[in-house]
Design a binder for this molecule. Structure first.
Ligand SMILES: Cc1cc2nc3c(=O)[nH]c(=O)nc-3n(C[C@H](O)[C@H](O)[C@H](O)COP(=O)(O)OP(=O)(O)OC[C@H]3O[C@@H](n4cnc5c(N)ncnc54)[C@H](O)[C@@H]3O)c2cc1C
Length: 423
């Protein structure tokens, strides 16, 4: 009898090898110091090096140790309502730039995968967002137009694509797809190192200070001197830049994966290999991995996530929606931290000259992090704020940040009720 494991499945199954990076010892100098080796930091470093800048990456643990290496691996554009909110208040020119950046972020990911031969089981089979409550069905004649990139699928079409009648209908977005997120992040790291980026593991940035026109980043055993610094620590933004931590609230997202499914079972769940999620505020997301495991994720408990009991609701979800699997045999359980912002959008900050911060992906940072990391590099290479596309904003604290734990608990309870009634 096999024993289920509490560990990140993507790390276990990635064929891209873990990069062998040393810790930083001594004093070094470069053009740009990047803090954080997830998709945001690594895509920034890669683009900087390609543009001729000398970039150094520091990670407190190792490349892909954060959310990038353990996410659901959905490669999604920000579209629909999220995009509309992102464009609010922008000038027409700015809005065009941001729209293009948001919608083409999956193109950038799949292009990087191709260009650098990243071995990450990339599939561009599209994303399905299932409508979980009939109240959320669009009025007849108001379904999204296919030229907006979204196709409306009715109940039967959706059931065929999912292999279950759990949804009333769905929106299908052919721009997106999926990857093994750990392999993708490691691949970005390999590409950056091959291009000449120096990447250091177990080298937490402890302090950041400016010294004339340079920045000094201090780690336990060394320092990096650079004209520009990119802080790409997302949900782990504690302490390094004053006030950044308070712009974000962190929540847990948890995932489980079955043993590889075979035969009829494998063919009946997501037969076309699409990547799926739903319209709940407390979203469920699910897909198969390259070996045919069914992977399901959802909102985790507020604090402790190291207990198998906390994953019971995901197993129950599998049982309810794919009853022919009963009982599902779970091989892996794991979790990660998601950075939530008050407006639900990623934030770009530049609190001082040469200090660039990108954070707050709200659980949708695999493509957007790659996009904003790359844009940050462009902005530095060309010394042009317009290269962000995004509005650079001040660091405003999340309302009632001190009471965030209670706030998250309250919000989760409220969202559960709203989801139940399709509100
Ligand atoms: C369970 C889960 C599922 C998700 N599913 C999806 C999904 O399917 N699709 C999607 O688009 N998004 C998803 N997300 C969100 C997505 O993973 C993140 O938005 C994205 O990976 C953020 O990338 P990043 O590079 O900004 O941060 P991270 O990948 O978190 O990297 C930050 C890095 O900074 C390092 N660090 C922190 N502090 C310091 C310091 N002081 N010094 C040096 N290094 C430091 C950390 O060790 C870490 O490696 C999910 C997230 C989670 C947790």
């Amino acid at each position: 009898m096999e024993t289920p494991i509490f560990c990140n499945m993507w790390e276990r199954t990635a064929r891209e090898a873990p990069p062998a990076c040393e810790s930083l010892f001594g004093e070094i100098a470069c053009d740009v110091a990047v803090v954080g080796a997830g998709v945001t930091g690594l895509s920034a470093a890669l683009r900087l090096r390609e543009g001729g800048a000398d970039a150094v990456v520091l990670d407190a643990a190792f490349p892909a140790a954060g959310a990038s290496g353990r996410s659901g691996g959905q490669i999604q554009p920000i579209s629909g309502y999220g995009l509309a909110r992102m464009l609010r208040g922008l000038s027409p020119d700015q809005a065009d730039r941001v729209r293009a950046m948001a919608l083409t972020s999956p193109d950038l990911v799949f292009d990087l995968i191709d260009r650098h031969s990243i071995d990450c089981d990339a599939v561009r089979t599209g994303l399905l967002r299932g409508i979980h409550h009939e109240r959320l069905l669009p009025l007849p004649g108001h379904e999204p137009a296919a030229d907006a990139g979204l196709e409306f699928l009715d109940r039967e079409q959706t059931a065929r694509m999912v292999g279950s009648g759990m949804f009333h209908a769905s929106y299908f977005d052919c721009r997106g797809g999926g990857v093994n997120p750990c392999a993708y992040t490691r691949g970005l790291c390999r590409a950056a190192r091959s291009a000449g980026v120096r990447v250091f593991s177990k080298s937490p940035a402890l302090e950041l200070r400016s010294d004339n026109s340079s920045w000094i980043v201090r780690t336990p055993q060394g320092t990096v001197k650079a004209r520009n610094v990119v802080v790409a620590t997302n949900a782990f933004s504690h302490g390094l830049v004053e006030a950044l931590e308070q712009t974000i609230v962190t929540v847990n997202s948890i995932q489980i994966a079955t043993y590889p499914l075979s035969g009829k079972l494998a063919a009946s769940i997501l037969p076309g290999g699409q990547i799926a999620s739903d319209t709940r505020r407390l979203v469920y997301y699910f897909r198969k991995d390259a070996e045919g495991r069914l992977v399901v994720g959802g909102r985790g408990p507020a604090s402790d996530v190291g207990n198998f009991g906390h994953y019971g609701f995901l197993v129950a979800w599998m049982q309810k929606n794919f009853p022919f699997m009963a009982p599902p045999r779970i091989q892996y359980y794991w979790s990660g931290e998601v950075a939530i912002t008050a407006d639900g959008l990623p934030h770009v900050h530049e609190p001082a000259r040469g200090l660039h911060i990108v954070a707050g992906f709200n659980g949708k940072g695999m493509a957007m992090g790659t996009r904003l990391g790359t844009s940050t590099a462009e902005r530095i290479l060309h010394d042009d704020p317009a290269r962000y596309g995004f509005a650079v904003r001040g660091m405003r604290p999340y309302p009632f940040w001190r009471f965030r734990k209670a706030g998250v608990r309250l919000a989760v309870s409220a969202y559960r009720v709203l989801d139940k009634f399709g509100r």
